[in-house]
Design a protein around this ligand. Structure first.
Ligand SMILES: Cc1cc2nc3c(=O)[nH]c(=O)nc-3n(C[C@H](O)[C@H](O)[C@H](O)COP(=O)(O)OP(=O)(O)OC[C@H]3O[C@@H](n4cnc5c(N)ncnc54)[C@H](O)[C@@H]3O)c2cc1C
Ligand code: FES
Ligand code: FES
Length: 493
């Protein structure tokens, strides 16, 4: 066991324990290290001005990705290497990305600029070709309020003509790897005493090195706050809606990052990031990949995990309509102290939510894997996210529709709508109505009328209840025109 976190910033070693571990990375850089190139504007992962590169070791190699440092806490950083905008230049005056931003007039007030520079540096690190569409995708998580995006895109495009060495080669990775190798197999446990108004309480963070340690800790500390990517939890902490006094970071549980296809079944680890899942689904499940493409920004998707989305239990979580209609199962694991074994159980997602933010998960359990059967080639699967903006926006309404057809008739169907109740809802009456009916426009129109009777949405800042009722009805007609027109003609023929 260790009582300190170990990580490097721009090649410099840092050991952190106690209260310091409870800082966001951006605060640590700016306040403790004086690296004020990293800016903070929104402090909730929305604007990208705090973007950095974070390198984690997988199979004895560093992999670098962009993240938002305002919502990454130090207890998530053990055995990683952080590169800030100050670390980019090496022996040069400035980095070629910074040069390009100057040459193409990509900066005015400059507040967003370090974030844009770091996002472009991340694209170069992963050897992406700069095209208009890859740039728009890579910079979705960076907002600029004064320059206008055209000049920034021009700056990124101009990088194609430059021969730019990998920034990560500026640092002695061998030295860091050796150091991490000596440390990574030891869990980190550190605490401090917080004194306030005559009271005091112990605040603790724990970073297990193995799954067993994680489950044993959860068994002993039922009220511990789990942090995977932290993209939900850290926003709440920054906004002072949550002040946990015991945190367990899942950073080192790489066994929870699996992706396996066994015949028809796809099994993914709880801690698989949205970026990795998007990459895998592009090949194996394009319908889900389309939704992940418009899920948050690259910085968020590099950190956020599928289990975080499930456990957060939001009725507008974007993964849920898909997981409902594909009939996914969630593996829950816990340590059983009497028999000293790890017990696992699979729960259908359709039985997982008991009410708003209430789940089937017991206090001592962790989500460890999620599995589902891949759709058959002839199945129709369509997923929808309705939001005010296409990119980086919270959903107003979501829907998942899965159909099995036989000779033009609906043999089986699953419908799940989000944003229309306290949990994502399966529409059982509408499903019953659809079974055995011919797949024609009239069927879907009548089903839409039943669907709106099955839900009771509220009005909020994103939409009125009437708007959501109309969306629930119209989405079925939209589905028909998008997916069924040509398909049904083929089936009938
Ligand atoms: C700017 C921004 C944009 C976003 N955009 C979207 C979006 O488009 N669509 C969307 O659906 N969401 C969005 N989110 C929300 C968030 O990114 C997702 O819900 C994400 O999947 C959460 O994963 P995480 O690993 O970061 O969760 P964390 O914040 O680490 O955890 C979330 C919850 O899950 C629990 N948890 C995590 N892992 C486990 C586990 N293995 N077992 C049990 N409990 C666990 C935690 O204790 C916590 O209660 C956005 C968030 C931000 C900040
Ligand atoms: S400050 Fe806006 S994303 Fe971090
Ligand atoms: S240059 Fe001012 S916000 Fe982008």
């Amino acid at each position: 066991m260790r009582d300190y976190l170990l990580f490097y910033v721009n090649g410099m070693r840092h050991q952190i324990s106690g209260e310091q571990g409870f800082q966001s990375l951006s605060d640590f850089l700016r306040n403790d290290l004086g690296l004020v190139g990293t800016k903070v504007v929104c402090a909730e992962g929305d604007c990208g001005s705090c973007t950095l590169l974070i390198g984690r070791v997988r199979n004895s190699q560093f992999f670098y990705e962009s993240i938002d440092s305002c919502i990454m806490y130090l207890y998530q950083l053990d055995c990683s290497h952080v590169i800030t905008v100050e670390g980019l230049k090496g022996d040069q005056n400035i980095h070629p990305v910074q040069e390009a931003m100057i040459e193409m007039f990509g900066s005015q007030c400059g507040y967003c600029t370090p974030g844009f520079v770091m996002s472009m540096a991340a694209m170069l690190e992963s050897q992406e070709t700069m095209t208009r569409s890859s740039i728009q995708d890579g910079l979705t998580g960076n907002l600029c309020r004064c320059t206008g995006y055209e000049q920034i895109i021009e700056a990124a495009l101009s990088l194609n003509q430059k021969d730019i060495p990998k920034v990560t080669k500026l640092f002695n990775e061998e030295k860091m790897l050796l150091d991490f190798r000596k440390h990574v197999s030891k869990a980190v446990s550190s605490e401090f005493e917080e004194r306030w108004n005559g009271n005091s309480q112990k605040i603790k963070f724990y970073v297990p090195a193995t799954m067993d340690e994680a489950l044993k800790f959860k068994q002993k500390h039922n009220d511990v706050t789990l942090v995977a990517g932290g993209t939900d939890i850290s926003v709440q902490m920054n906004k002072e809606r949550l002040e946990p006094n015991c945190v367990m970071s899942l950073t080192h549980l790489s066994s929870l990052e699996c992706f396996e296809i066994n015949e028809k079944t796809l099994t993914v680890g709880a801690k698989l990031s949205w970026s990795k899942l998007e990459e895998y689904c592009q090949q194996h499940l394009p319908q889900f990949a389309e939704i992940i493409e418009i899920f948050a920004s690259r910085q968020i998707k590099n950190a956020a995990t599928i289990a975080g989305n499930i456990a957060n239990a939001s009725p507008i979580a974007d993964s849920l309509p898909f997981l409902y209609v594909i009939d996914a199962e969630i593996e829950l694991s816990r340590y059983q102290p009497n028999s000293k074994v790890v017990e696992k159980r699979w729960v259908r997602i359709n039985k997982f939510y008991h009410g708003y933010k209430k789940t089937e998960m017991r206090p001592e359990e962790l989500i460890t894997r999620i599995r589902w059967n891949l759709p058959e080639v002839e199945d129709i699967l369509k997923l929808y996210k309705v939001s005010k903006r296409k990119d980086l926006d919270i959903s107003t309404f979501t829907a998942g529709i899965w159909l099995k057809l036989k000779k033009g008739e609906i043999e089986n169907v699953r419908l799940a709508f989000g944003g229309v109740g306290p949990v994502v809802l399966r529409l059982s009456r509408t499903e019953e109505y659809l079974k055995g009916k011919p797949l024609i426009l009239k069927t879907l129109q009548s089903a839409g009328k039943i669907a709106r009777e099955e839900i009771n949405p509220i009005s909020d800042v994103r939409a009125s209840s009437g708007n959501r009722l109309q969306l629930s009805e119209n989405i079925l007609e939209k589905f028909f025109h998008e997916c069924c027109d040509s398909r049904i003609q083929k089936e009938v023929a």
